[in-house]
Design a binder for this molecule. Structure first.
Ligand code: MTE
Ligand code: HPA
Ligand code: MOS
Length: 782
């Protein structure tokens, strides 16, 4: 069943540029420093600078006038022009992207250390930053809930828990020949985009406002700033040419800053720049949700999972932010690539007095998948089997029973190639032979141990909120034949605009040099979703393609007249329109002829993802348009006396469908894998007992660097195509590769386990820092 139609019939004709390894459209500008980020824009005369006063207390009541802020004292500081608090907001005080439960300036209560209470505006940035250091706040402290454990005990939730049930987990557990219980956890992760949060807010005539913001969601900033200032959406324009990285951290969180800047600019009628430093950025904004995962699994002698009961609990912080869909996505990815016939999984969304956890590449998926991969790993350890064999025993598979390709949320997997991808990386890496070699090597070494692991991944593509799966575009052809493309997506380094330019050029038969993808601008394409859920190209590319299709149709009669043939005979390629007998009309000529003939050369495009339909309340239905697959083999060596470790080799096979730009896609795969490795091994948020984040800069928070990339790094793009008609039959590439890094964690666990083979569960949780590796090795030895 589910055999895809012949790929040949599904593939759309690609033009000359699709599939080519073109460099990122801004590569040269990035390297020369010419690429304009928000902070590089020339400042207008009279520009003022803002800095933020933040709460030093995890939970407390703001008392006294001015929301607990001594405004008069701040106004006496050198160079300070104005101080704004919640009382100055004329409209709605909210930066919550889904539920409006999140004030951008604390009104009467503070709920985490780092929460913004006041905006201080000064003549120079240093004056603003110096002033906020001296801010005095009147706060009556209240008890704080800081950890998942505290929250579970207090039943402190940001929203009700949700559960997915399939089959009868309890009965299957009771009947299973083997049963294991355990608990594990994953850590928080800071997005650590290189360019920090920034907005440059410029007031315009008649109360209008332009926000130059580093944001994945210009429309969100626009809407929220308008609501805060009692303006209409039409009066606020948000522009973002590019971000210096985002990784989910600028999906909702940018509006904390854009609204603060907008408020100051609007009230002062002066341009205001707000650029926070790294420490403030890390103290104020949300991180990846850390999770606790408790499991109870029943299985047979082959390691087949017969029944599974899982509790997921995540630290959501003080407000909802994206915690609803993040935790839903964890529940929707608890299966990863495995058929779990009897499953009960519950997701608790813990409210704590910490930053509101937010989107981060994978959006809950990685945490769910970490849960099931831990279960598989421990089942294998219990049975003394190679974890690969337990993985294979549990994989989804095509059979006479459609249930073996049905997820716990009732979606049929129509494009299953997870088994092929896994088999390919196993073969390419020589996994079985190397496992044997490693076992032999370990037998001869005590201080050092090696480990290897192979993990598959399956990641669902679509926003789980069905309404977000839509996009718009505006394509303008000028009468010199050059083309400006606008779409609702944003460029954060992932290469979206390069892919869009390739697609546009091919759709109109143009050379790349003729196409410019413009800055994202809410006045050109309205109501755009955030560039997130890895669907930037699927959605915006399809909207651009639709606009190009309509433009082509309008140009055809003009071309036919000029070429002396019928419209049906005209083709577009090589920067020209062509007739059947070799006639050629340069595109520039065609554009000017069309203009002279008074043919409209500007066209919008619109797209919405078909087929999907899902009930988020019941967590049931077709949540995803399609799936991406991948698999990786990682090998590590650990020093059991120091906990140091080295990633010695990585082999990856990753499915990006038919790649429109393999160079960009390979970059996403490599970067995702390394970023995932950072999450699982070295990035660690540490807290003091009062709820203060201690790791708020690069000196204490370690992200992977170039030297952490394995010397042997073999990345291979799976030879496949999307069975769905996405532009060029590509698949999304943004988030899925992050989960390839699960193999690094389980390789480390394998290496630690080699310290005392057969000694039972390996007590290693994520992040597997050198300290944890050392402690786990010690515990096993004891
Ligand atoms: N790649 C780079 N270089 N920088 C980023 O900020 N964000 C990731 C991913 N890859 C990111 C990135 C995340 S979280 C997402 S959702 C996707 O890119 C968004 O872009 P896309 O939908 O165009 O893939
Ligand atoms: N993924 C990523 N970002 C999102 C989603 C999602 O499913 N929903 C809302 N924002
Ligand atoms: Mo990505 S976490 O969906 O911005």
């Amino acid at each position: 069943m589910n055999a895809p139609q012949s790929l040949h019939t599904l593939l759309q004709p690609g033009g000359a540029l699709s599939g080519q390894e073109l460099p990122h459209e801004s590569a040269v500008l990035h390297v020369t420093g010419e690429a304009a980020f928000t902070d590089d824009l020339p400042e207008l005369r009279g520009t003022l600078y803002a800095a933020l006063v933040t709460s030093p207390v995890a939970h407390g009541r703001l008392v006294g006038p001015h929301n607990g802020v001594d405004k008069a004292a701040l106004l006496r500081e050198h160079g300070v022009v104005a101080v704004f608090t919640a009382e100055d907001i004329p409209g709605e005080n909210n930066c919550g992207p889904i539920v409006h439960d999140d004030p951008f300036l604390a009104p009467d209560e503070v709920n985490y250390i780092g929460q913004v209470v006041a905006v201080v505006v000064a003549r120079e940035m240093v004056y603003a930053r110096e002033a906020v250091k001296k801010a005095r706040l009147r706060i009556e402290p209240l008890p704080a809930i800081l950890t998942i454990e505290d929250a579970l005990a207090a039943e402190s939730w940001v929203m009700p828990s949700k559960r997915i049930q399939r089959g009868d987990a309890a009965a299957a557990l009771d009947a299973a020949p083997h049963r294991l219980k355990g608990s594990t956890r994953t850590g928080q992760q800071e997005q650590f985009y290189l360019e920090g949060h920034i907005t440059y807010a410029v007031p315009r005539e008649d109360g209008q406002l332009t926000l130059y913001s580093s944001t994945q969601h210009p429309e969100g900033n626009q809407k929220e700033a308008a609501a805060a200032l009692n303006l209409q959406t039409k009066d606020v324009e948000v522009i973002c040419r590019r971000m210096g990285g985002a990784f989910g951290g600028k999906e909702g969180n940018a509006s904390i800053f854009s609204q603060s800047a907008a408020l100051a600019a609007h009230l002062l009628k002066k341009p205001v720049k707000l650029r926070v430093n790294r420490d403030d950025d890390m103290m104020i904004t949300g991180k990846r949700h850390d999770f606790r995962v408790d499991y109870d699994v029943g299985f047979d002698d082959a390691g087949r999972i017969l029944g599974l009961d899982v509790m997921l609990a995540s630290r959501c912080g003080y407000s909802m932010d994206y915690s609803g869909p993040v935790n839903d996505r964890a529940l929707l990815h608890i299966d990863n690539c495995y058929h779990l016939p009897n499953l009960s999984v519950v997701g608790h969304r813990c409210r704590t007095h910490t930053q509101s956890s937010t989107a981060f590449r994978g959006f809950g998926g990685p945490q769910g998948m970490f849960g099931i991969e831990t279960v598989i790993d421990e089942v294998a350890r219990h049975l003394g089997k190679d974890p690969l064999d337990v993985r294979l025993a549990n994989l989804y598979r095509a059979s006479d029973d459609p249930d073996t390709l049905t997820t716990q949320y009732g979606q049929q997997i129509e494009d299953w190639v997870g088994d092929q991808v896994l088999a390919e990386v196993e073969a390419r890496a020589g996994y079985r032979a190397r496992r044997a070699e490693i076992a032999q090597w370990n037998a001869g070494h005590t201080g050092r141990k090696r480990g290897i692991a192979i993990t598959p991944l399956k990641f669902g593509i679509s926003f789980t909120a069905t309404l977000l799966n839509q996009a718009g575009a505006l394509v303008n052809i000028f009468n010199d034949g050059s083309v400006a493309v606008n779409h609702g997506g944003t460029e954060m380094g992932q290469g979206l605009n390069t892919k869009i330019a390739q697609l546009t050029a091919d759709e109109l038969g143009l050379a790349m040099a003729r196409v410019r993808v413009t800055a994202t601008d809410t006045m050109k394409v309205p109501n755009a979703s955030a560039t997130a859920a890895s669907s930037g190209f699927d959605l915006n590319g399809a909207a651009v393609r639709e606009a190009c299709r309509q433009l082509r149709e309008r140009l055809l009669p003009v071309a036919a007249t000029e070429l002396g043939c019928s419209a049906a005979q005209v083709t577009f390629a090589d920067d020209a329109a062509h007739g059947p007998e070799g006639q050629r009309l340069p595109f520039a000529t065609l554009a000017s002829k069309a203009w002279a003939a008074r043919v409209g050369l500007s066209q919008t495009g619109y797209y919405r993802t078909p087929e999907i339909g899902y009930d988020p309340a019941k967590l049931f239905g077709r949540a995803f348009y399609y799936y991406c697959y991948g698999a990786a083999v990682s090998e590590v060596e650990i020093d059991t006396l120091t906990g140091e470790w080295w990633l010695t080799r990585a082999d990856i096979v990753h499915d990006v469908g038919r790649s429109i730009n393999p160079a960009l896609d390979r970059g996403q795969v490599e970067g995702g894998y390394i970023q995932g490795m950072g999450w699982l091994t070295m990035e660690e948020c540490l807290w003091d007992t009062k709820g203060r984040l201690l790791t708020h800069g690069p000196s204490t928070y370690k992200i992977p660097v170039a030297s952490d990339v394995p010397e042997a790094f073999h990345v291979h793009l799976f030879d496949g195509a999307n069975v769905k008609p996405t532009p060029y039959n590509t698949k999304a590439t943004g988030e899925p590769p992050l989960m390839l890094a699960l193999s690094v964690f389980f390789a480390l666990k394998d290496a630690v386990g080699a310290v005392a083979p057969g000694a039972g569960p390996v007590p290693l949780v994520a992040p597997a820092t050198p300290e944890r590796i050392l402690l786990a090795a010690r515990a096993l030895r004891a």
